[in-house]
Design a protein around this ligand. Structure first.
Ligand code: DGJ
Length: 749
């Protein structure tokens, strides 16, 4: 049935192929331009990365040539084996935008159900355009930069059979070695079609062994790093919760099996989206590895009428030859400078005290004033009032009522919220002339059935006909896809922010989406939510916004566009937090992490860890805070807090703007260590921990990374060593007990 190709025939065809068509894009590599187009071949060039593809002249398909370290000069054309067997040619090549139905049996990046019901597509190259800079995406968060930061190439494709057009937008940020891609589909026909799947980015890696790294978890157990071999077949994960979720993060890294934190090749893919997503990694029969990120196809079914279009979220792809750490640092730099819009992206964050673990939702004006006064005495600069301040007819005194009724509880604030805020913002942080700032908690996307809002607008809660409305934490989700719900949220939050001197908002979200009127509501909800975020953060640019979703349930790049920081986890146990924060840092800058020192025994794990250790872990996050009641804190711990707050303020600028090196991981070592190097490389701060007691055993060395080998560094003003010595030999620190920690300053001489 199939033609058997003997070895001699294969070799002959290879030679003649090479002889006739040795290169693609002969001129591309000699140029340092970020985008070089040579006929129908395309190159995106970063400082250390090349991304190349071309149009297959015989089919009009886009074929991938390379994504990895810089390639220069002509590149060889990939040799494709003879088509023999069931898999057609489209299944034997590396494709930029794989479709379904023409012989590629791997997962498609695009699946469109045509009016007639079939799902074949044939999107062929039509034209392209290039531009300096980068357009924003309609209604979606997106990376940004000026003409010197980023350049964009748009490839236009067209399916003559269905009159569907696609535009693939590639932007290159050369300094960050980052490529950003999104895809847009337009129905140019005369009848409705349905977009059933649309990936933002699909990359086919060459035939080689690869590993994949992802972040998995659950509530209070976010961002646990998972590394596994890429096997033949599909390895996929994603979210069907309506949000990015604690379960999996919209991020994946592909690495060579030998890649470590500090060496080897690493590719990082990060989807700029906060809703249900999908990550699929497929090693196909030919050995190529397809990596694809995008909207979750199970929650899409997007109807496109004539003239309408659907744009995918953006997916960022970075490449590093300096291991997993190098990949993370590229993402950190990109996100700090070209994703987070807030003016606080890299501005020093006030040390804060959040009332949640200290007071829960049981308080009144005088107890929160006392808590704020105690906080100010310790040197805290911002007091954040968490859950429980609202609800009139249905007061929020527990989680059974009040969500949706965003008016201050008149029994808790008899003289109004502004009165309580004023008395707190009149307080001065200890030994300073700095007034305490006031922050407040909201959960605007939710409603308790016990609320005036629900009684007035039961249809605003997401529901599917007469199916029961499943409650989680006694609450339902508002349908933020509805413009009237968006307006309600904007008005409710604005009213409170305009009513008092509030300069910080913690935006919480405490359940997943269950019943929905249709799968596409998932993405419509996200578009509505982004509209709300955009409106409020633009109207209140001086407010420091913090994202939260039962901890890190929505720690994703979409949220970061609007909120410069996100509460990383409801687990405040410092030991657990090292794993969570270092896991989160795989994709997200430490500047974006909210991290608090809480009371012991810890509320989630029951563990008791020394106060210094708790403080040191928390100050590795960009937003340091306390989550306790100082009045109920043992005196020895309480006495340590002012010093820890000062130390957190001292390291904060380096955490916010510097480069992070994960020197050792808690999953590999009893001595996790992280080095942060300041933006100008003049100073560095080492965080070093011991997790378990060691009796009668030699003391390990911790070796730095990223220093200047030829420079001299003073170590805590005690001794001076060269960067080479610090990186190749290292330093030793003895610990007397379990849970030991050190913060060490290195200063370039
Ligand atoms: C979940 C958050 O993660 C907590 O920090 C706290 O704000 C509670 N919600 C309040 O309900």
């Amino acid at each position: 049935m199939f033609r058997l190709v003997n070895r001699a025939t294969v070799i002959a065809s290879v030679v003649s192929f090479l002889g006739h068509c040795p290169v693609t894009a002969a001129d591309q590599s000699s140029s340092t331009d970020p985008i070089v187009v040579d006929g129908k071949t395309f190159a995106l060039n970063g400082d250390h990365v090349s991304y190349r593809f071309h149009v297959d002249n015989s089919t009009g398909d886009l074929l991938s040539d390379h994504f990895g370290g810089s390639v220069t000069g002509p590149i060889p054309t990939e040799i494709t084996g003879a088509v023999n067997g069931w898999v057609g040619r489209p299944g034997r090549i590396r494709r930029e935008f794989p479709d379904q139905g023409r012989g590629d049996f791997r997962i498609p990046a695009i699946r469109i159900r045509q009016t007639e019901g079939y799902t074949v597509s044939d999107l062929q190259y039509r034209s392209h355009e290039t531009k300096r800079g980068k357009p924003t995406l309609p209604g979606l968060p997106s990376t940004f930069g000026d003409e010197d930061d980023v350049s964009t190439l748009v490839i236009h494709l067209y399916d003559d059979y269905s009159d569907v057009a696609a535009a693939l937008s590639y932007s290159i940020f050369p300094k960050q070695d980052a490529i950003v891609r999104s895809a847009s589909i337009k129905n140019k026909g005369k009848s409705n079609i349905t977009v059933e799947s649309l990936a933002s980015l699909s990359v086919d890696f060459p035939y080689e062994d690869l590993d994949m790294i992802s972040l998995r978890g659950d509530w209070a157990r976010e961002a646990h790093r998972e590394r596994r071999k890429v096997e033949y077949g599909i390895q996929s994960f994603g979210s069907l919760t309506g949000y990015a979720s604690h379960l999996h993060n919209p991020f994946v890294s592909i690495v060579n099996p030998e890649t470590t934190e500090s060496s080897g090749e690493a590719w990082g893919f990060s989807l700029i989206y906060s809703g249900s997503f999908s990550v699929e990694v497929e090693k196909g029969s030919q050995g190529f590895t397809r990596t694809m990120l995008g909207l979750n196809p199970s929650q899409l079914s997007w109807n496109l009428g004539p003239g309408e279009n659907l744009t995918s979220p953006e997916c960022v792809a970075v490449y590093s030859n300096n291991g997993i750490g190098g990949m993370s640092r590229s993402l950190h730099r990109l996100y700090r400078n070209h994703l987070i819009k807030s003016k606080f992206a890299t501005a020093d964050r006030p040390a804060l005290l959040n009332s949640w673990e200290g007071l829960g939702s049981t308080f009144n004006e005088s107890t929160i004033y006392e808590l704020a006064r105690e906080s100010a005495d310790l040197g805290i600069k911002m007091f954040v009032l968490d859950d429980g301040w609202f609800g009139d007819k249905y007061p929020r005194t527990s989680d059974t009522a009040g969500l949706g009724d965003w008016v201050p509880n008149p029994r808790r604030f008899p003289e109004g919220l502004a009165h309580a805020v004023n008395s707190i913002t009149d307080l001065k942080a200890a030994n300073t002339s700095t007034n305490l700032r006031f922050g407040i908690w909201f959960e605007p996307e939710m409603v308790n059935p016990n609320s005036s809002l629900y009684h007035e607008h039961p249809d605003w809660a997401l529901h599917a006909g007469s199916y029961p409305r499943t409650q989680t934490r006694n609450q339902l989700v508002l349908n933020v896809a509805l413009p009237e719900v968006q307006e309600f949220i904007i008005e409710a939050v604005s009213n409170i922010l305009n009513s008092a001197d509030i300069t910080y908002v913690k935006w919480d979200n405490n359940r997943g989406i269950h019943e929905m009127p249709s799968p596409s509501t998932d993405h419509q909800y996200m578009l509505g939510l982004y509209r709300v975020f955009d409106n409020l953060t633009t109207t209140f640019p001086d407010v420091l916004w913090e994202g939260c979703a039962s901890g890190g349930g929505r720690f994703d790049p979409g949220v970061l566009q609007y909120f410069p920081q996100i509460w990383a986890s409801d687990d405040t146990d410092a030991i657990e937090r090292i794993t969570i924060q270092l896991g989160t840092s795989l994709a997200y800058p430490p500047s974006a992490m909210g991290a608090h020192l809480s009371a012991v025994p810890n509320q989630q794990t029951g563990r008791t860890v020394p106060v210094d250790f708790r403080g040191h872990v928390a100050m590795m996050g960009g937003s340091f805070g306390l989550e306790l009641d100082p009045a109920n804190t043992p005196e020895a711990d309480r006495a340590a807090l002012p010093g820890l707050i000062k130390l957190a303020e001292k390291v904060n600028p380096i955490i916010l703007k510097g480069d992070m090196y994960r020197l050792s991981l808690p999953e590999d070592s009893d001595w996790p260590a992280v080095l942060f190097i300041s933006e100008d490389s003049s100073e560095a701060v080492l965080f070093y921990f011991q997790l378990n007691p060691r009796v009668d055993q030699a003391i390990p060395w911790v070796r730095m990374q990223g220093l200047d080998p030829t420079a001299m560094y003073s170590v805590d003003d005690n001794a001076t060593y060269s960067g080479a010595t610090l990186m190749n030999l290292g330093l030793q620190f003895p610990f007397d007990t379990e849970y030991g920690s050190k913060v060490v300053f290195l200063e370039k001489q």
